[in-house]
Design a binder for this molecule. Structure first.
Ligand code: ZN
Ligand code: ZN
Length: 93
């Protein structure tokens, strides 16, 4: 028998197998994030799950679902495509 039991991911609220996850700022080390797992009943909205949440975030506390009560961090903007340079048309076009 191995000494380390198999890690079974669980919903942070009820212990069921999780189907969604998001990131929360670590309370011990603010430069790191930790993964929060939740089942279908205890997940936050997909928009919220796209953000990193505060270390004090209560999600997935059912009292706050489907929101979470914290102020989420802004999402890094996608790198924008460089604007197309205006093309100089030959005279006559
Ligand atoms: Zn759950
Ligand atoms: Zn939150």
């Amino acid at each position: 028998m191995p000494d380390v039991p198999n890690f079974q991911p669980q919903c942070a609220s009820c212990g069921l197998p999780p189907v969604v996850q998001w990131r929360r700022r670590s309370a011990d080390d603010p430069t790191h994030t930790v993964t929060v797992l939740a089942c279908a009943a205890h997940g936050i909205t997909r928009d919220l799950a796209a953000h990193v949440h505060a270390a004090t975030c209560t999600a997935p506390d059912p009292a706050h679902l489907p929101a979470c009560g914290c102020t989420v961090e802004p999402i890094d903007p996608e790198p924008a495509f460089p604007a197309a340079a205006p093309v100089a048309l030959p005279s006559g076009w």
